[in-house]
Unconditional design. Structure first.
Lengths: 251, 285
């Protein structure tokens, strides 16, 4: 399998605090890679390095390399908005814009300077179908997105992302605000999306990692303790710290 | 305070709060009591829409003053609203928090400059400039609009800043994560999300502009006539009251109170519009 993303010796400091310590991580193309570990271990921080969302935080220093298709995204002169079109992100809490359903999905296209109405409405339809929302929402496209139930809001955020045709989707605990049934739906959706996209997901829910991912990385205090096939991580961990975590003795 | 006890303190505070409200009520009632009978006896349409203001001859038409107030205020909005909103957007979205912490109090200090000082600047600098560059008497609608536009900046800026800052950061993150640039995020997501607060800021600024007196008296020229161009000299509703109250008696005095009633109504309408705009936002979240 090809690695879509390769993170190499990545260090990240918030001021004096080192949040990531020489982290390595490969993310395979058209697969789901999960990052697990106790809160504060740096897994979200690591995820946010892949689309450079950490650039927004003052006082962050990053060294090391993050290769996307073999090219470092921290290289000088990289166009960050272009990078974020290729590497999209779904957040912990659903964050649709205070606009209509339609305008939420069309947002990425407008940002990209596309004004062809037919093309936009086709993309909106396709993206909502891709996130399994079309049948629910096709008659309510002009409804405010913030009036939708939370799980539909979260899938709308996924649809909004699909509209810009990313190559990679980063998911930062995408189900933590959802109930178990909604979580199941989003997980099924992830398995479907994997066929076309490369997905990296941060989760504190080990069962979720076990259900959806091919590969898992276990992180602790900024270190990548162990990275392996998910099946191996959960049945035959090599590191005793991983074993403690997955058996529930820690975290 | 010990001798008062918990309940006593409460009562004293309630009394103080109530006296503030009752002062407001009394002023409103007094103005209405003095002015409303005149409006009714003189005829509201004649009072509001006639252009004849000759107190000695018993003619009290305030239409020129209404037109003047409207033009000066609209002009002030044209100057103050774009500047104020742009300034608020820049300070919240494009400047580090630390810098903002210095600039915002400075802007709020602008609100503390006495209006007579603004008027002084208008008379000494702005009016001569207009007279020499554009013609006319200098003391004009334009001078009033520019001075008022600057005076309402602190109101517009600080309320707009509050409303832009209250936009959840998750909106900005969501937009940036879709590949939007900082500026696209600002004008397509952040500012629209803060829209109702910004509108409220503009309406409150408008209320200040329409009610401002001293600076306008000094720079607008005070001629009672309907302005034909922005360079004409005008007298606003507030200026009319302030200029004539000193010597007015009888019906003339009542007519000035009636002018006060008109102002009171206009400002009450503007404030409730601003309140509605703010509440609409609260309901949406």
């Amino acid at each position: 399998m090809n690695n879509k993303i390769e993170i190499k010796k990545l260090n990240l400091h918030y001021g004096k605090f080192q949040a990531l310590k020489a982290v390595d991580l490969p993310v395979g193309e058209n697969s789901i890679t999960a990052l697990i570990g106790p809160s504060g271990c740096g897994k979200s921080t690591l995820l946010r390095c892949i689309n450079r969302m950490n650039d927004l935080i003052a006082g962050v220093r990053i060294d090391g390399r993050v290769l996307l298709d073999g090219r470092n995204i921290y290289r000088h002169g990289l166009n960050v908005p272009e990078l974020r079109k290729r590497v999209g992100m779904v957040f912990q809490r659903p964050n649709p814009f205070p606009l209509s359903v339609y305008d939420n999905v069309a947002y990425g296209l407008k940002v990209a300077g596309i004004s062809d109405k037919d093309r936009i409405s086709q993309t909106v339809e396709g993206s909502l179908k891709g996130a399994w929302l079309w049948d629910n929402l096709k008659d309510r496209l002009d409804k405010p997105a913030l009036d939708l139930p939370l799980d539909q809001q979260q899938r709308l955020c996924i649809a909004r992302l699909l509209a810009v045709e990313p190559e990679v989707i980063l998911m930062d605990e995408p189900c933590s605000a959802l109930d178990p049934i909604a979580t199941m739906k989003v997980e099924e959706l992830m398995l479907e999306l994997r066929k076309k996209y490369t997905i990296a997901i941060v989760t504190h829910n080990m069962q979720q990692a076990a259900r959806v991912s091919e590969y898992s990385g276990y992180m602790l205090l900024g270190d990548m303790v162990e990275f392996d096939l998910t099946a191996n991580i959960f049945t035959n961990p090599k590191d005793s710290r991983t074993q403690d975590y997955i058996t529930g003795r820690y975290g | 305070m010990k001798f008062l006890g918990e309940k006593g303190v409460r009562r004293v505070l309630a009394g103080i709060a109530f006296s503030a409200i009752s002062a407001l009520l009394l002023i409103a009632l007094f103005i209405i009591k003095e002015g409303l009978p005149f409006i009714i006896s003189y005829g509201p349409i004649k009072f509001l829409l006639s252009s004849d203001w000759q107190p000695q001859a018993g003619k009290f038409g305030i239409w020129p003053m209404i037109v003047a107030s409207v033009w000066v205020t609209l002009g002030a909005m044209l100057v103050g609203a774009p500047l104020g909103v742009a300034c608020a957007v820049f300070l919240t979205e494009f400047v580090p928090r630390r810098v903002m912490g210095v600039i915002k109090p400075t802007i709020e200090l602008l609100a503390g400059i006495p209006s007579v000082v603004y008027g002084f600047m208008g008379v000494m600098v702005l009016a001569p400039l207009i007279r020499s560059q554009l013609g006319g008497p200098g003391l004009s609608v334009l001078a009033g609009a520019v001075i008022l536009g600057v005076m309402i900046l602190p109101t517009i800026i600080s309320i707009s800043i509050d409303s832009i800052q209250s936009v959840p950061n998750s909106y900005r993150e969501g937009s940036l994560a879709l590949g939007a640039t900082h500026w696209q995020t600002t004008y397509m997501v952040t500012v629209p999300a803060a829209k109702s607060g910004i509108i409220a800021a503009i309406i409150l600024g408008m209320g200040r502009a329409i009610g401002e007196t001293m600076a306008v008296i000094m720079v607008a020229g005070n001629a009672v006539k309907i302005p034909i161009s922005a360079l004409d000299s005008v007298r606003t509703l507030t200026a009319n009251i302030a200029l004539e109250m000193g010597y007015a008696t009888g019906q003339h005095r009542q007519a000035l109170f009636a002018t006060g009633v008109v102002l009171l109504v206009i400002i009450m309408i503007l404030n409730s519009l601003a309140g509605m705009s703010i509440r609409k936002k609260a309901g949406k979240r």
